[in-house]
Design a protein around this ligand. Structure first.
Ligand code: PMV
Length: 359
């Protein structure tokens, strides 16, 4: 596949109106995407767990119009929202070549998240993937040829990527790979369901998100990715991501939880190390992030546990653990980690199966 294959050539523009609704989850990377080329092409491959509870629900209503400009309105949690418009405008500009009907319709975008807005959880992955899926449903209704499910998902992921890179990993479950590499069939253009073997140890894997800092992100991901340009360790880091993906593939098949823990934690700390060693440099972890990491390490050693952590580009901690440790780890989180969260707030989640259409 090349990008041009995703250009919609013939469509029926006589359809006057319609509405579609999708819910799409967030995802958490195990091997991190950090650094991109032009058009949101990743510098290295990444792999993520798709989540279940943290999701965006978006309804898209489209009405035929005469003028040829972009026309859309956005409602967030029931209220008209102007703040999201510039991001959506940029998204439309980036994708219009592939979905030319964008200028034929007025769009009403009604969106909401299942997680609190100011929780420090990035909503760009779930939000952009939900909108991309809605646009693909519009494409399907206008298309003069049948759009096969495989193509539908690939193109939804392709469009989502142009909205926010990691959003391309939110279409399917339970593990998704994005970025060309030797270990999987994945492409730089869209994410695919991980095609390797997955041991039962990873079934229903748990992710409890500890909300250490609910504030605005200190470094936007746009700025963050740019920090990898001319970064002294960039090339080694990109090579390491390929290596970690290959290792993780073996681990996912064998069920080797100890090695899983090592790869995942090392990836999280490397992501932050990249930010600490870039110019300008940033420390996104907070004192409580470190308190939590140390508590997790202590708990793991004392309880012969496989609990581990990963981080996004922020201070919140994702606590990952196998399903069979659910009861004990949740107790540990409530008793020993919740005190390091803002207002004691955390969100329990687990591996999910991907986005869903609402009928
Ligand atoms: O999708 P973006 O541009 O917001 O970048 C996300 C980058 C990380 O969350 C830090 C890592 C990842 O692979 O999700």
């Amino acid at each position: 596949m090349i990008a041009e294959d995703f250009i919609l050539k013939n469509y029926n523009s006589n359809i006057e109106r319609g509405a579609v609704k999708w819910e799409s989850p967030s995802n958490i990377a195990l091997v991190k995407y950090w650094g991109k080329k032009k058009n949101q092409i990743p510098e290295n491959p990444s792999i993520s767990f798709t989540l279940s509870n943290c999701k965006t629900i978006t309804k898209l209503t489209y009405t035929k119009k005469e003028s040829k400009n972009f026309s859309f309105e956005v409602y967030f949690e029931g209220e008209k929202n102007e703040a999201f418009k510039p991001k959506i405008q940029t998204f439309f500009e980036r994708i219009e070549e592939y979905v030319p009907f964008l200028r034929d319709y007025h769009f009403k975008i009604e969106t909401s998240n299942t997680f609190p807005h100011s929780s420090g959880i990035a909503s760009s992955a779930s939000g952009m993937s939900a909108l991309a899926l809605c646009l693909m449903s519009v494409e399907r209704s206008l298309s003069v040829v049948e759009v096969a499910d495989k193509v539908f998902k690939q193109k939804a992921s392709f469009l989502a990527r142009l909205g926010s890179g990691s959003a391309c990993r939110s279409i399917e479950g339970e593990l998704v790979v994005w970025g060309q590499n030797e270990s999987t069939e994945s492409s730089d253009l869209y994410g695919i369901k991980f095609d390797g073997e997955v041991h039962p140890n990873f079934k229903d894997y748990q992710d409890t998100i500890l909300l250490v800092d609910k504030g605005e992100k200190q470094v936007s991901s746009t700025v963050g990715h740019k920090l990898m340009f001319g970064h002294p360790f960039a090339e080694q880091r990109f090579a390491q991501a390929h290596d970690n993906l290959a290792k993780l593939k073996t681990v996912l098949a064998s069920g080797d939880l100890q090695t899983f823990v090592k790869i995942v934690e090392s990836e999280a700390l490397t992501l932050h190390a990249m930010m600490m060693t870039s110019m300008p440099y940033f420390i996104l972890m907070k004192p409580n992030t470190l308190e939590i990491i140390n508590k997790i390490w202590k708990y793991r050693a004392e309880n012969d546990s496989n609990v581990c952590f990963t981080l996004d580009a922020g201070a919140n901690v994702h606590v990952l653990y196998p399903e069979n440790e659910k009861e004990s780890v949740l107790k540990f989180i409530k008793n020993e980690l919740a005190e390091f969260c803002q207002n004691g707030h955390f969100i329990t989640d687990f591996i999910g199966k991907g986005a869903q259409l609402h009928n």
